[in-house]
Design a protein around this ligand. Structure first.
Ligand code: ARG
Length: 572
């Protein structure tokens, strides 16, 4: 496919010898308003270098390049050169390419199979897996998918919070007030109850705290009974997490969480001491980071037990040694910014030059319309309930719209659209923004929502069904692009053309919302094309060309949904 920007830079370069092609590429703009062309070249910077008025330079360039066959017209407007590409050639190139690549459109080999770790979700066992966790889960899953598309070898890790002093508390609570069946029936809710109960009882009887500490020490020493209970808590919780991951279609390569590193820590404690980074403070060991504007990081407590941060240091080194990652990405809430700054700095001070390849990708908070969540007060919305609720609501809407659909079909679409709606909503805004979860917004079929994009995809599928296999097969073979030069067709071609670059940008910025917004744009442009033009016209050549356009739009929307980890139902 022609790289239009490159081509334009090559045409402009001889006109301003003082600027290199890369500098020209940086100056070329994509005007938001199509009346200013498909590409524009502002002449302010060249004007400074050449010491001439910008409009004069623009005029010279416009005249010199106007005859190039890639353009329909080139205009000088004030300091700008506005370039309009030759629409039928453009549509021909792009639609042909998208249709041919189909499922692979948007993929590249830029990553050259280099290993990239994406760590996401990482819930704490026995703490509720609530709507707040959906952010890490969904943003991380989508970033992983983006890196798949870019040709990296992605390793998905769930760094479970399955270790720490809270397990001493839970075991104590279980022994005093628990029962086996409750844990089996509803592990996370039950373990959370134990945890809450422990705190209530410990207020009255502080000796419980000592008991919990002693129990955790036994766990750390690998004593049989404590280890068995802990393992059982972990297994039961994981079953529950997996139920949610299955609903979301999420898979992991590794569940090596905090406990996995419990026996790997002494090496790092010693290494920190040997490298003179550790300082003793009342029996505890810490690393001072004042020189870097950070608070000290506690590495071991006075009783010798390690901390969350110690386990992250061990985990990063383990990952480097095991996977030799090119990048190690952590999708974790912005509340943990300091934590990540601390340990990444510590790795750097330890002399690990690859510390720079550990990337914290933070995101903002979710709150509920009727107030924020509070684990302590038991005011939490469980992720599983949200997903089931979305499926239920969607089922109602679908039944209302299609009273005759079979129950199986309704069920399948309700799952794809209900869960997709929640996922899409997560990925619709810049990840760093806080937001308020609203059912009404999530399940809207009209606005810029998941159901809207999925519905547009289903509409494209329906057009293709109506067109018939024969026409679709012909469209795949070739078409006359001169039928695809209307404004709405051209706007759609332009968005399809940009799709691969959008994925690259989303990967570089760890920002799936860039893809989300682009597929909303494609869906809107497709719907406009659908309304403005008759697609299944009598004239065969025209019909084939337009069907090719529908095939291309459908492929891009489907691949976009795939990147967002959403299903693309063919009928809705
Ligand atoms: N389990 C932690 C939590 O729920 C998140 C873990 C983040 N990952 C990490 N490597 N520290 O808050």
């Amino acid at each position: 496919m022609i790289n239009y920007k490159e081509k334009i830079a090559e045409l402009i370069a001889p006109q301003i010898g003082e600027l290199g092609k890369d500098e020209i590429l940086d100056i070329i703009e994509l005007p938001a308003d199509s009346s200013m062309g498909d590409y524009a070249f502002p002449c302010f910077k060249p004007a400074k270098i050449l010491r001439k008025a910008p409009p004069m330079i623009a005029k010279g360039i416009a005249e010199a390049i106007a005859d190039a066959p890639i353009f329909e017209k080139v205009e000088q407007v004030n300091a700008y050169v506005n370039m309009f590409v030759s629409r039928d050639e453009f549509a021909g190139e792009i639609v042909k390419e998208v249709v041919a690549k189909d499922e692979d459109y948007g993929k590249s080999d830029m990553g050259q199979n280099r290993p990239v770790i994406v760590e996401y979700s990482s819930p704490n066992i026995a703490k509720p897996f609530h709507i707040g966790h959906i952010r890490s889960t969904v943003i991380g899953a989508s970033i992983a998918r983006i890196y798949d598309y870019l040709g990296f070898d992605v390793i998905r890790i769930n760094h479970l919070g399955d270790y720490g002093t809270q397990f001493g508390k839970m075991i104590v609570a279980y022994r005093h007030w628990g029962n086996r069946q409750d844990v089996i029936d509803s592990p996370i809710k039950t373990l959370l109850e134990y945890y809450t109960r422990f705190h209530v009882e410990a207020e009255k009887d502080p000796s419980l705290e000592d008991e919990a500490r002693a129990t955790f020490t036994k766990l750390e020493n690998g004593e049989k009974e404590e280890t068995e209970i802990w393992q059982w808590f972990r297994d039961e919780s994981l079953k529950e997490f997996n139920r949610v991951y299955d609903m979301l279609g999420i898979k992991y390569d590794s569940y090596a969480g905090e406990s996995f590193y419990s026996d790997k820590m002494p090496r790092f404690v010693k290494e920190l001491e040997d490298k003179g980074l550790m300082e003793e403070d009342d029996g505890a060991q810490l690393v001072r980071l004042d020189d870097y504007g950070l608070t000290p990081a506690l590495i071991t407590k006075s009783d010798g037990s390690t901390l969350y941060i110690t386990r992250d240091i061990a985990a990063a080194v383990y990952r480097k040694e095991t996977y030799n990652f090119y990048k190690n990405i952590y999708v974790v809430a912005s509340q943990q910014n300091l934590h990540f700054q601390q340990w990444i700095k510590i790795l750097e001070l330890m002399g690990y030059e690859w510390a720079k390849d550990c990337v914290h990708v933070p995101f903002g908070l979710v709150s509920l319309e009727d107030g924020t969540m509070s684990t302590r007060e038991g005011r939490v919305v469980f992720l599983e309930d949200v997903l089931n609720g979305a499926v239920d609501k969607t089922r109602e809407i679908i039944k209302e719209k299609n009273p005759d659909a079979s129950p199986e079909a309704v069920e399948e679409v309700a799952k794809a659209v209900g869960i997709g709606a929640v996922v899409f909503n997560e990925l619709a805004n810049y990840r760093i923004k806080d937001y308020v979860f609203s059912w009404e917004h999530v399940l809207n079929f009209e606005g810029e929502t998941g159901p809207y994009v999925q519905y547009t995809h289903a509409r494209a599928c329906s057009v293709l069904r109506k067109a018939g296999e024969d026409t679709v097969a012909k469209a795949r073979e070739g078409f006359d692009p001169s039928y695809l030069t209307g404004n709405s067709a051209h706007a759609l071609s332009t968005l399809l053309y940009r799709f691969p670059d959008v994925i690259v940008e989303a990967g570089e910025k760890y920002e799936p919302s860039i893809v989300t917004r682009h597929i909303v744009d494609i869906a809107q442009a497709f719907n406009k094309f659908y309304h403005d033009e008759h697609i299944l016209v009598d004239d065969e050549d025209e019909r084939i060309a337009k069907v090719a356009m529908v095939l291309a739009a459908r492929a891009a929307i489907r691949n976009g949904l795939d990147i967002l980890c959403m299903k693309a139902p063919e009928k809705m």
